[in-house]
Design a protein around this ligand. Structure first.
Ligand code: HEC
Length: 227
């Protein structure tokens, strides 16, 4: 092999390498990947708000709850109050004032009890609404009250309790109950009755008649009597 031959081979190899390299550069320039500005998918994690259980969802108004309330259940819920309150007529003040006749009683007026300035400053009467709001959270309704009670979050429990408190009076006032909403009420019985019978007779009995009667299995002709 002479040197000319060797040069040709080396030249071919170098040339191939050169072309490969330049192709690579050109291709790289043409097909350089475009990185999207935003990632393809947004990964959204929706977490329920912290402590979601404590915020009551939409609750029925107290009037509606009172319509279903039972004072008997309220009496057992009222055991929570007994540590601090007496419910009997003429009963004593304890940690808290006696609560006989509390519904519609003027606030902070029970004899012999020294209320906080916060409670005295609140003024007004213990209406059903106010009792309800106070019992959700005493400190939210009367900031600075000395009633160390967390509150009752369940609406039906408060309604039962208020229904019970309402019985603690010489002449209990009737509990307010919300008027039943007119819309969305159950359909009147007449409407359904009028619509139903018209269609039925048409559909039911003729359907059977319309079906081609099955040909009765004809008895095989009796063999002709032999003579
Ligand atoms: C840990 C003791 C405690 C418990 C339990 C408690 N209370 Fe009280 N309550 C008080 C105190 C003390 C006051 C006086 C608050 C003030 O002066 O700020 C009060 C005041 C009240 C008042 C206002 C009375 C008025 O004359 O103005 C009402 C109504 C009331 N409580 C209802 C209840 C009910 C209903 C319960 C049970 C669900 C209850 N409380 C549980 C201590 C308590």
């Amino acid at each position: 092999m002479d040197s000319f031959e060797l040069n040709k081979i080396l030249g071919a190899v170098l040339g191939t390498l050169l072309i490969t390299l330049s192709l690579n550069i050109v291709a790289g320039a043409m097909f350089s990947p475009h990185k999207p500005e935003k990632p393809g998918y947004d990964i959204v994690v929706t977490e329920p708000p912290a402590g979601g259980g404590t915020t009551a969802p939409q609750e029925e108004p107290i009037e509606q709850l009172l319509a279903k309330a039972t004072p008997d259940k309220g009496a057992s819920i009222a055991k929570k109050c007994l540590a601090c309150h007496d419910f009997a007529k003429g009963g004593p003040n304890k940690v808290g004032p006696n609560l006989y006749g509390i519904v519609n009683r003027d606030r902070a007026t029970h004899e012999g009890f020294s209320y906080t300035a916060a409670m005295k400053g609140k003024g007004g009467k213990w209406t059903i609404q106010d009792l309800n709001t106070y019992l959700i959270s005493p400190r939210a309704f009367v900031p600075g009250t000395s009633m160390a009670f967390a509150g009752i979050s369940k609406g039906s429990d408060r309604a039962d309790l208020i229904a019970y408190l309402n019985t603690l009076a010489d002449n209990p006032a009737p509990l307010p109950t919300a008027p039943v909403p007119a819309q969305g009420a159950a359909p009147k019985p007449q409407d359904t009755q009028a619509a139903a019978p018209k269609d039925e007779p048409k559909n039911a009995p003729p359907a059977q008649n319309a079906q081609p009667a099955k040909p009765a299995p004809t008895p095989a002709p009796a063999p002709a009597p032999k003579h």
